[in-house]
Write a new protein. Sequence first.
Length: 419
Amino acid sequence: MTLCRSDSYDLVIVGAGMVGASLACILDRAILNKPLSILLVESAAIDLQAPPAQPSFDARSTVLSHGTATYLKTLGLWEDLELDAEPIRKIHVSDQGNFGAVRMDNEELDVDALGYVIENRLLGKMFNQALASMASLELCSAVSVSEIKPLATGMEVLLDKGDQQTRLITPLVVMAEGGRSGLCEKLGIHRDTESYQQEAVIANVAFTNSHEHVAYERFTPFGPLALLPLPDHEGQHRAALVWTRSDDEANLILELSEKDFLEQLKNEFGPRLGDFTKVGQRNSYPLNLVQAQEQVRPGLVLLGNVAHSLHPVAGQGFNLAFRDTMHLAALLVEATKSGTSLGDISLLHKYRDETESDQNMTSAFSHYMTRLFSTNNIAAVWVRKFGLFSIDLVLPLRKAFARRAMGLSDAQVKIEASV
Ligand SMILES: Cc1cc2nc3c(=O)[nH]c(=O)nc-3n(C[C@H](O)[C@H](O)[C@H](O)COP(=O)(O)OP(=O)(O)OC[C@H]3O[C@@H](n4cnc5c(N)ncnc54)[C@H](O)[C@@H]3O)c2cc1C
């Protein structure tokens, strides 16, 4: 018995996390003269009746930028998220112990919301429902891609499930597998990795005062702490916490009793949200800056975390990957219409040319913000003090900071969508 229905596809996507699922959804909705045959392979088991089980859709929450939300609306995917997505109307960035602070609000930028916070498991539910309804897509779950081999034209892909294996061919493989599967190593693609020597502790927390749609980003001498507004639940005000600490301190925080955890959080964050009353499941993530040295080869594209992973301080990783995905999808649609092979290297080089500067700018913004705020070096402290102070006073600076922080400067790619 084979693991999939055919031995050849127009496109194989490896990984049905946020990025692989986004690409499948965008292509499914694009107007094409002939629908593409797409195989989406996911190593986790996807049961549409149960909560999403892929690592992308765990207990974290994601800030969707204004640009990402707008495009999800165009695709007809926003309706399923709208009720669960909490708009961010204000952002408050501050440096603990120093007088600088930046306040941004949606009215100043003339948008309904600066972004939206959504729990990843709800994003996963939306994506999985969308995938289930796609006629041109074959979803192969609980199956891993264990090898990708270049052929004279296109790629050979090996699917693996325990003692069962299936080989197939395709002109293009999009690797959206997050970077932990070992496929890059097998292909000889090196990924530059710089550890921040930090972990992000994440959890949902409840508190006594309303958050009033404010997202807080507080830089402390130990690392940044973000509280992102979530919808109230059973009468409780809630936020998604991202608490960055050194590896050792993060482990200590994970092990604190609930009472000590809530007390320590209040000590570090301050009284703006009143008392913290409850904390949900806590998890931690090691933080690295990762850049793949190659993102395209004939018949191959790396997309999402496998191509670049950023510090989550500015909530940019998925939003950046979503913009890359839109660019790639637009080029694949163009190629389908003109009869060009999807794996054509000049097409894939065009994709790199279109996305490189956004990737470099966004990575640099997240990286230098993290570095600047993670040191007690006296020069950096002064830059922080007067940087934040002057950004707050000078409107164009504040607007520029907000546009970059919330992905409002997103390059928009237009694809004719059939929704
Ligand atoms: C604490 C934290 C907070 C964050 N907050 C934000 C935020 O607010 N805003 C934002 O934009 N970004 C945020 N990010 C970044 C965002 O989570 C990532 O950019 C995003 O998850 C990347 O998704 P992905 O699909 O590329 O990879 P993944 O989420 O890793 O998904 C890869 C998928 O591929 C599957 N897979 C792996 N190997 C194989 C294989 N061999 N065969 C088949 N399938 C395979 C996996 O099971 C998985 O489902 C945050 C990250 C962290 C750590």
